[in-house]
Design a protein around this ligand. Structure first.
Ligand SMILES: Nc1ncnc2c1ncn2[C@@H]1O[C@H](COP(=O)(O)OP(=O)(O)OP(=O)(O)O)[C@@H](O)[C@H]1O
Length: 549
């Protein structure tokens, strides 16, 4: 964890009442410097900045600078193409300067109830993670041990936000802050704070129209707590070495912070969501040398970035249909482009000729994004509405959990039934190693429709069987038709075969020899059906009967 005992730039006054209901390291900062950004946010709601990073070793050796900076700090020319953005930051710009220009203007709007999206876009290795999170976050094994001066935009913003929260707390003004951290990898959403969780789904919160997920939502009381969560998540983020970056992010990472400010006397809640988005790098696979898994990732990354470009293109061209649903990324960022958020986009680039193609592509992307118009809306509701919303949210979560529990219970009951059945077949003896196997298979070429492929005494090919494996096998069979009644075992297969539902079944049942009669009865019935032509020739069954010697 980096040392937070440093001055916190703030755009607000520091002489407000302080109450320690949040145990806040921010208040331990000895001096608070009141700092005002020289940047005013655009009314159209989108703010695009460009940050050039210093040349890396390869660039120093092989290339030259190709960017001309204009004195207005807003205009640049690259290879005779000029671009204008909110602010251009050359390679020597410090992390603090970035925070002052890009982060500080967001503090007031966030605390006033505006949603904000802070996104870093650029080619792989261009400094997105460095700019957003900072030194020590761009390499998972170094997380938390970076140089404090090189802390990125997000940790600085969090620290300032919590400072502001801290000094605003009074008996009638309280705050709740929650954090989630997710990643999008190969078009699936994963919970970075709980990697054991299954992939996450996106759903729309009807009361606010925001896209949210079932991600872990951790309550946080100060910037230390949220930074701890980020560190935890970064370690789980998927990175890999590519030619351009030894720790290239292979998944888009999104930190979502929800801040609720409760004005108790007025019965009002002001809430805002901050999306901090560290996008994967766009890359030319020929250049990065990606093969196999890396290539698949790169193609996926490029595809999702392309869909983001398409969304922006459609918005700029005022198209009726905006293809937000084309990728998980665009769905999640729906509010940041063309929505009700304040969007901040930091284009990360190299100023060197080695990367000029990628830099131009990044700048063109940013140029289009700069034309997108958002309609930032202040999220303010009465406490009752907010409580109702929270209640609805909680109820829907409970409902989802109940459904999961119910289906688990059904599975357990089903498994218990099958287990009982199996144990009744086997008496009180344990299911054990296999000694024999019958294999009976439908064969349309045979006159009677089936053939006994073999009876193999003492064969050990199928010696895998244990009660659990046996149950799993039955479940595999179940996949062929959900209506299969597993507790009836082979009887239900006959029913299915009669209905023409069965294709090929495979069932392994370890039995005692007295089950043979049932097996033969089963085979006889199947045989009769075949000879009655009631089964299509496509319907077949492989029956493995495993029994003790
Ligand atoms: N402004 C900067 N000053 C100093 N070093 C930087 C700067 N920007 C980036 N770097 C360094 O360049 C390397 C690549 O940066 P980073 O990992 O942030 O790139 P990225 O754009 O996030 O890449 P990817 O998309 O592949 O994850 C890192 O070692 C980082 O410390």
């Amino acid at each position: 964890m980096e040392n937070l005992d440093v001055s916190v730039p703030s755009s607000r006054s520091s002489d407000r009442p302080r109450r320690n209901t949040f145990i806040s390291p921010e208040l331990e900062v000895p001096q608070l410097i009141k700092q005002i950004s020289d940047i005013k946010l655009s009314k159209k709601g989108t703010n695009v900045y460009v940050r050039f990073r210093p040349d890396n070793y390869k660039e120093e050796q092989e290339g030259k600078q190709v960017v001309d900076y204009f004195p207005d700090l807003k205009t640049i020319a690259v290879d005779n193409h000029s671009f204008k953005f909110k602010r251009i930051f050359p390679g020597e710009t410090t992390q603090e300067q970035i925070f002052l220009s890009v982060g500080v203007p967001l503090i007031d709007p966030i605390l006033d109830g505006y949603n904000c999206g802070i996104m870093a876009y650029g080619q792989t290795g261009a400094g997105k993670t460095f700019s957003l999170l900072g030194h020590g976050y761009d390499q998972p094994d170094r997380v938390g041990r970076g140089n404090p001066e090189k802390r990125g935009l997000v940790p600085r913003l969090l620290q300032s936000l919590f400072h502001e929260i801290q000094v605003s707390i009074t008996p009638s003004v309280t705050f709740t802050v929650y954090a989630s951290f997710i990643q999008i990898y190969l078009e699936k959403i994963y919970d970075l704070l709980n990697p054991a969780k299954e992939t996450l789904k996106i759903y729309q919160d009807t009361s606010k129209g925001l896209w949210v997920t079932d991600a872990t939502n951790v309550p946080v009381k100060n910037s230390n707590e949220i930074l701890k969560q980020i560190e935890l998540g970064i370690v789980n983020r998927i990175t890999a070495a590519t030619n351009s970056n030894s720790e290239s992010s292979r998944a888009h990472a999104i930190l979502v912070m929800t801040i609720n400010k409760n004005l108790i006397n007025q019965g009002t809640v002001i809430s805002s969501q901050v999306y901090c988005v560290d996008l994967c790098g766009s890359e030319r696979t020929s250049k990065t040398g990606a093969v196999e898994e890396r290539l698949k990732e790169a193609q996926n990354i490029n595809k999702s970035l392309l869909s983001l470009g398409n969304v922006i293109g459609a918005l700029v061209e005022n198209k009726k249909h905006i293809p937000y649903r084309d990728s998980k990324l665009t769905r999640l960022l729906q509010n940041c482009f063309g929505g009700t958020s304040i969007a901040t986009l930091v284009l990360c680039c190299s100023a060197n000729s080695v990367s000029s193609t990628e830099t131009l592509a990044t700048l063109r992307f940013g140029d289009r994004a700069n034309k997108v118009k958002n309609k930032p809306v202040r999220n303010m509701g009465d406490s009752v509405t907010e409580l109702r919303r929270l209640l609805n949210e909680a109820n829907s979560k409970i409902y989802t959990q109940q459904r999961i529990v119910r289906s688990q219970i059904e599975k357990i009951i089903e498994l218990e039934t099958i287990t009982k059945e199996l144990f009744s077949i086997c008496g009180d003896k344990k299911l054990g190693a296999l000694r024999a196997r019958y294999q009976i298979k439908f064969n349309p070429k045979k006159k009677n429709g089936f053939e006994m492929i073999g009876y193999y005494p003492f064969i050990s090919i199928f010696t895998f069987i244990s009660p659990m494996e046996c149950l799993e096998m039955i479940h595999v069979c179940k996949l062929f038709d959900k209506r299969l009644k597993t507790d009836l075992l082979w009887r239900s297969y006959i029913d299915l075969a009669k209905k023409g539902k069965a294709m090929i079944f495979e069932i392994n049942i370890e039995t005692l020899s007295n089950v043979n009669d049932n097996i033969y009865q089963f085979v006889r019935e199947i045989h009769q059906m075949r000879t009655n032509e009631s089964l299509s020739v496509r319907h077949g069954m492989t029956l493995f009967v495993n029994r003790r010697s």
